[in-house]
Design a protein around this ligand. Sequence first.
Ligand SMILES: [Zn+2]
Length: 453
Amino acid sequence: MNSSAIQSAAVRAGIGPEMHRLITDLYPICRSITGEGLRKTLRAVGKLVPLTLREVPTGTQVFDWTVPKEWNIRDAYVMNSRGERVIDFQSSNLHVVNYSVPVRQKMQLAELKAHLFSVPDRPDWIPYRTSYYKESWGFCVSQRQLELMSDDEYEVVIDSTLQPGHLTYGECFLPGDLPDEIIVSTHCCHPSMCNDNLSGIAISTFLAKHLSARPRRYSYRFLFIPGTIGAITWLALNEEKISRIRHGLVLTGLGDGGKLHYKRSRQGHAEIDRAASHVLQHSSYEHQLLDFSPYGYDERQFCSPGINLPVGRLSRSPHGTFPEYHTSADNLGFVGPEKLAESFDACLQILALLERNGTFLNLNPKCEPQLGKRGLYGMVGGSSDAGVKELAMLWVLNLSDGNHPLLDIVERSNLSFDSIRAAAEALQQKGLLRECLESAPPEPAESLERTKS
Ligand SMILES: [Zn+2]
């Protein structure tokens, strides 16, 4: 996969609106960490990319956790004595605390209030609340709605089920030339919220679609999983696959107007961390690099000490740093097609760098080869970047001893990845360089042991 194929401007031009359309289609679905909403979402993704749905039964032990009961909901409301639905799940699925147990009873406002949640300083927004691991129920309302509720007897109905069933996740595997894998993971367990969950789903889907149509050095595994429990479940049930994972990205919150944030893996200086940092620093995109912390999305599981995968996270505004986070204001207007396209492009560039970060061997290592007689010296005479091209060739020749991938040379030389890669290709064409094609030795099972002890 060369850079022009992967960074095609034509792809970028139309992809923002396409991703926004997918988000619009998925927006009304009431997702959760299990249940039909999650399945419906995965089936929609499966229409665009080859996706395998896996069903893990309730009660399955996954490391220290247990796959919970499956939750489904048909309807929910709070009705006043005049027969008016003053809170209605049909108008927003955020109105019900996600994973609420079934309820059907009448109660006074004072009793009901213990089950109502609002955001007082944002009077028109409905908050998002969950209760996955403690059986309870509740409703989320705007502060304005809450204030309109008078003392009255209310009929409270949550027509849900919480029963043994399955946890569903989706996996899109794209085999490459190497068995070595890149994983891209996104959570898809939030109901009607766009930046938090749907933007990650859209970017992952379109990345998979884009990569599926192109030659790949790496194999890719795209995971569409419920947050936390999905990542834990996948890791617990796929431990034998962990040793093949070379790089990984958690994608979430990629459609808002904030700058791009790359959060480094726990390892801190893994190839994915260096690739993301190089791409962002050489892009025109506003960005910030963050160090790893054990707080956030599913990078927490991928980077737990006994797993310790080189998995970083790409987001725009980090979760919790914008007021719309986990509220009804994270809606279709909060995510922009151009921001989605920009995030998509950053992801593709990071993956393209990993794809092209080959290691080469200088076939003429004793003193410098004579570049002039091969037409490599001053080959672009008069052009202002001729000096850069020659400098790039000298760096590549000097460090290509079979032990330094191109990214090492990029960092040592302070030149761009594209110029170093172009130099390597020019030298290879003239027979001065050979790519070392072996995949990395399969040793992470051993390194897992090491990190466990
Ligand atoms: Zn969230």
